[in-house]
Design a protein around this ligand. Structure first.
Ligand SMILES: [Zn+2]
Length: 200
């Protein structure tokens, strides 16, 4: 499965590498190599980092701490103390270096620095009282994103990821319902597995 960067913040995108958290969690970061791919794919991070097992474990702890704090924000309750510690400790580490050139901004650093950068970025958004953090409207998605839309009325984490899936499912359900109703409507005929009686 491809990584999605739709949360509007790298820390929230990292938390989003686990989907369906309340039903059957799907973890896209199963091994250090997955984390290396994720960092390379994320726009604001260095192109190449190496993940050893210890740093990979730290990344997963940071991810879960960020998710917990983001959920606390969504539910408007106090932050979980242990998660605060994890995020704050990670943010205190060395950070990547950035360099400006005609080619734009170049960010470099090892994975420890990347995690520190992600933790700082997460703190910035979690501390912002004007930031609208929301959970995706698709049942089971559980991704938390930063809603920057006018009036903060965005419903889905991403159209490709969830919005279109929900709309397609609703369309199929409507079609099924109207076909079933037609089947029942015509003089007691019973539903004949998928064939509709009239033009549809
Ligand atoms: Zn979603």
């Amino acid at each position: 499965m491809d990584f999605a960067f739709v949360s509007g913040n790298p820390a929230l995108d990292l938390a989003g590498t686990v989907g369906s958290r309340r039903d059957e969690p799907v973890d896209l970061l199963a091994a250090p190599a997955d984390l290396e791919r994720w960092v390379a794919a994320c726009d604001d991070l260095p192109d190449r980092v190496t993940a050893d097992f210890a740093t990979f474990e730290s990344a997963l702890s940071l991810r879960e701490a960020i998710y917990q704090l983001a959920l606390d924000r969504v539910l408007a309750r106090p932050f979980d103390a242990g998660s605060l510690r994890t995020v704050n400790d990670t943010a205190a580490g060395p950070v990547p270096t950035i360099k400006l050139s005609d080619a734009g901004l170049r960010i470099s650093g090892d994975l420890r620095a990347v995690l520190s950068h992600i933790a700082r970025s997460g703190i910035t958004v979690l501390a912002d009282p004007r930031a609208h953090l929301r959970e995706c409207g698709r049942t089971g998605c559980t991704r938390i994103y930063l809603d920057r839309s006018r009036g903060a009325r965005r419903t889905w984490c991403g159209m490709d990821e969830c919005g279109n899936r929900v709309k397609a499912a609703a369309y199929r359900a409507r079609r099924r319902a109207s076909t079933t109703a037609e089947g029942r409507g015509s003089e007691g005929t019973t539903w004949r597995g998928g064939r509709s009686n009239g033009p549809s």
